[in-house]
Design a binder for this molecule. Sequence first.
Ligand code: SF4
Ligand code: SF4
Length: 196
Amino acid sequence: MNRFVLADPDQCIGCRTCEIACVIAHSAGNPFISPDDEFHFHPRLKVIKSFGVTAPVQCRHCEDAPCANACPNGSITNADGSILINSESCIGCKTCMIACPYGAITMVPEYRDGRAVVQHGLYTNVSGRLQPKERMIASKCDLCEGVEGGPACIGKCPTRALKLVEPDLVQARVEEKRAASARQLLHMTRIPATGL
Ligand code: SF4
Ligand code: SF4
């Protein structure tokens, strides 16, 4: 079973520290001391603040991942208990974005060594001049693959609202629910017959 990061909305205060931790974990240097035109803030989880709830939303690393099923390029695969996007082969078609039931995928410009990657053969018209168009790719939580001590968002959350849900934890919760259901059955069988 795949792992995933889950937020407790009762503990989340909407500070967006998790977003910052995510961006830093996926940046080569410190993005916050970059010149303005090189500053890229594309967190792989998004804090949602609405009337009833405040919590970050991120990829659930679904077992039968709709994004992977929908990708026409085979760019989304399961590796070592997580669902990953291959940025090299992604063509930015957005099919995965539409397929994701959680809205956990966004399209972002691709950067290499801090610079936007331009797309060969595609130009954009800027004030009457053709300029190379930046390459856009799908992006989502990768559980901080390759980042020491990751996922980074969990450790940086000041209220401990985030946790890594491992298969063992899911199994333990299911067992608890089954035990509660069994107790309920016992109670129901003790209800005297009404004769109806
Ligand atoms: S860091 Fe924690 S408290 Fe702050 S927005 Fe993220 S989950 Fe919520
Ligand atoms: S945007 Fe990329 S990862 Fe998503 S479906 Fe298209 S090719 Fe696949």
